[in-house]
Design a protein around this ligand. Structure first.
Ligand code: PEP
Length: 254
């Protein structure tokens, strides 16, 4: 049975007080309403992380994650945050390769491979995002794009490290647009991802990897998406900023 995860990506939203207030709402609802084995991961801005880790103590269904990490161990990189720092505050996950980082910060698969290595070396779990743009889908390149993101971003890993990853399929055309991939479209890609993993690392590894769907996921469409055999949860942007919506999405796995 794969781990079911619903991860919230707060992006660059919420000041410190707002973040703490939303997190308290979410943890209280989870305590009262979540009955299954699913895990919630809140990926907050760096500023909030240390305090949220403290607030999360005692809630075993809630983990914290960062939204990025620098690829170097330490050094003269003004304004950057290292994997070691993220680990030191008690976070467990790091989103890597989000399409906004690929698009606005020119993060390539080669750079993301380095980030993946350093994040894993500090005992953190990457939530590694892959997905095609609308133009790529329309040109029928989506399978080739996903394959190259896997091959260049994470397929250099040994089997032990690879097994620690969480993957997130996020079609770029569905992120923040209100357009969701249909459950059939999402399942088709998730099955493809699992088949690629199986070809590289074997069936057992492929069957064990949690693969999230992201892109305008909300409480209405989550039940159908999460019912697909290869979809193990969601990476949630907009709806993770509303406690009711986020916990409703999480409760799909109750
Ligand atoms: C995201 O940014 O990872 C995301 C899925 O955003 P949204 O849910 O808002 O589409």
């Amino acid at each position: 049975m794969r781990t079911k995860i619903v991860a919230g990506n707060w992006k660059m939203n919420l000041d410190y007080q707002e973040g703490l207030a939303l997190f308290s709402e979410i943890t209280n609802m989870i305590k009262d309403e979540i009955t299954g084995k699913q895990e919630a991961v809140i990926c907050s801005p760096f500023i909030h992380l240390s305090s949220l880790v403290q607030l999360a103590k005692g809630y075993n269904k809630v983990s914290l994650g960062a939204q990025n990490a620098h690829q170097a161990e330490a050094g003269a990189y003004t304004g950057e945050i290292s994997a070691k720092m993220i680990k030191s505050v008690g976070a467990q996950y790091v989103i890597l390769g989000h399409s906004e980082r690929r698009q606005y910060f020119a993060e390539t698969n080669a750079l993301l491979a380095k980030k993946t290595d350093i994040v894993l070396s500090h005992g953190l779990k990457p939530i590694f995002c892959i997905g095609e743009t609308l133009a790529e889908r329309e040109a029928n390149q989506h399978f080739a794009i996903i394959k190259s993101q896997l091959e260049e971003g994470v397929f250099h890993l040994g089997v032990e490290d690879f097994s620690k990853l969480v993957l997130a399929y996020e079609p770029v055309w569905a992120i923040g647009t209100g357009v969701t991939a249909s459950s059939a479209q999402a399942q088709e890609i998730h099955a493809f991802i699992r088949a690629e993993i199986s070809a590289k690392y074997g069936k057992e590894v492929a069957e064990g990897i949690t693969i999230l769907y992201g892109g305008s996921c909300n409480p209405k469409n989550a039940p159908e998406l999460f019912a697909q055999p290869d979809i193990d949860g969601g990476l949630i942007g907009g709806a993770s900023l509303k406690s009711r919506d986020f916990v409703d999405i999480l409760s799909v796995f109750n």
